[in-house]
Design a protein around this ligand. Sequence first.
Ligand SMILES: [Fe+2]
Ligand SMILES: [Fe+2]
Length: 201
Amino acid sequence: MRDIVLAWLADNVPASRLQHILGVEQMAYQMAHHYQLDVSKAAQAGLMHDLAKYFKPNQLWEMAVSEGLPLDPVDEKNPHLLHADVSAIVARDRFGVEDEEILQAIANHTLGRPGMSLLSCIIYIADTIEPTRGDTPELEALRQLCWQDLYKTVWFTSDYSLKYLLDKRCLIHPRTIITRNWAMEMASKKLQTTDSSIKVF
Ligand SMILES: [Fe+2]
Ligand SMILES: [Fe+2]
């Protein structure tokens, strides 16, 4: 299965993107191992997370509409954001992936989703911090944090994305914000149960 997906990727994404995809696959595998999750599911989701990255905006939009996905006005203005959901559709329809957790992890890799699984958290984080993304202090801090607390890393990864979008004066999809608020709440709950003397708010 991996070889079939790699052959398809070689024809559908540039070499630089393939390096990113392999970085996400490897990082997801390592994080899943660290948190005692299913490493093969993590690697599969990592390998297939950007299948639709280079689909044209109208193709992304049409596939999302025919799938009946709930769409936000920001999706209409920037259909590229739909490449995550559409990659899950390609994984299911072209490569026969049936595991709902893998499909959700692919679909959630760009915007996250409140209540998402730990596997989704791992792919969301790995997409931002895998080695080819650079070595800024912010990324290095996230790379340290990801071995300690997944929810806190999702929270800080969302903050990192939001800062980038604000700096670039881009539209912000509401899901990035609600994912960030959810992860912050999950991280603070964990803190309160492990040490009642710590107050984060
Ligand atoms: Fe992506
Ligand atoms: Fe990606």
